[in-house]
Design a protein around this ligand. Structure first.
Ligand SMILES: [Ca+2]
Ligand SMILES: [Ca+2]
Length: 256
């Protein structure tokens, strides 16, 4: 599931993807695979603390831990104070059960612990307060990344709405519980860190003829029409026109 999302949405060569896979069946596994919960927990702490823009958990979970059972915890609320990512706060999405169960009396959920951690944690967390299954989660997951990566939605509330709309429009008769149980733990007006420069369409850390070609291939479409994709609307005025090609060309030669 994670690799399918990566292969669809996170293909830009300029992006630094950091993974942690817990697989107790592997012998001497190479990174990013870890065969004990302690090793997996350490890798999560290290990679998270380095600073990431988006964070993502897929798997089993309970109100206050990630893992299948109480003996299989890759991360527990007690581990959250050890995160030291400071002001480098990711927007976290978790496709699991219950880690956003914010109204359980006297027992904070993971989402609350991450958000309120003084020296790091999250800036916001799209998380479930109930149960769910992966087939339903997949629609939320794809809507989430499509909004951020393809449509350049850079505000937490609208990203969450796009994820739910993707679920509702694709499978209006299934998984509707997820529309109610998934919630945003954080500020819906929060601005996200842009994943790449607006004119760097393919996010390879340079602006060149490839980016101009990509805008040109989508021109003459407007918001709501088939073929309109927000990332090609460089001027963000609802239509892809000569103005977007000029704006990209004006930035020609930029590199990081
Ligand atoms: Ca580029
Ligand atoms: Ca435009």
């Amino acid at each position: 599931m994670s690799e399918a999302i990566i292969a669809t949405y996170l293909t830009s060569p300029g992006w630094d993807l950091r993974k942690v896979y817990y697989n107790p069946g592997m012998v001497n596994p190479p990174d990013p695979y870890y065969n004990t919960v302690d090793l997996a927990r350490g890798a999560i702490r290290t990679k998270w603390s380095q600073g990431v823009a988006l964070a993502n958990y897929v798997g089993h979970a309970f109100l206050d831990y990630w893992g299948s059972t109480v003996t299989d915890q890759q991360w527990h609320n007690n581990d959250t104070p050890t995160l030291d990512n400071g002001a480098k706060l990711p927007f976290l999405i978790s496709l699991d059960c219950l880690d956003g169960y914010f109204d359980y009396p006297n027992r904070p959920s993971m989402a609350e612990k991450f958000l309120t951690h003084n020296n790091g944690g999250t800036v916001a967390h799209f998380a479930p307060s109930g149960l769910g299954i992966a087939t339903g989660h997949d629609y939320l997951h794809r809507g989430f990344y499509n909004a951020i990566v393809n449509n350049h939605v850079l505000q937490t509330g609208p990203v969450v709405m796009a994820a739910k709309i993707n679920l509702h429009t694709n499978v209006p008769n299934y998984f509707q519980d997820l529309l109610y149980t998934f919630g945003l733990i954080g500020d819906p007006a929060m601005s996200l860190v842009p994943l790449c420069r607006t004119t760097d369409i393919n996010c390879d850390n340079r602006v060149n003829i490839v980016d101009i070609q990509k805008v040109s291939a989508h021109w003459n479409t407007s918001s709501g029409q088939t073929g309109y994709v927000g990332r090609y609307d460089v001027t963000n005025d609802g239509s892809i026109s000569i103005a977007d090609i000029i704006a990209t060309a004006t930035d020609y030669g930029w590199s990081q």
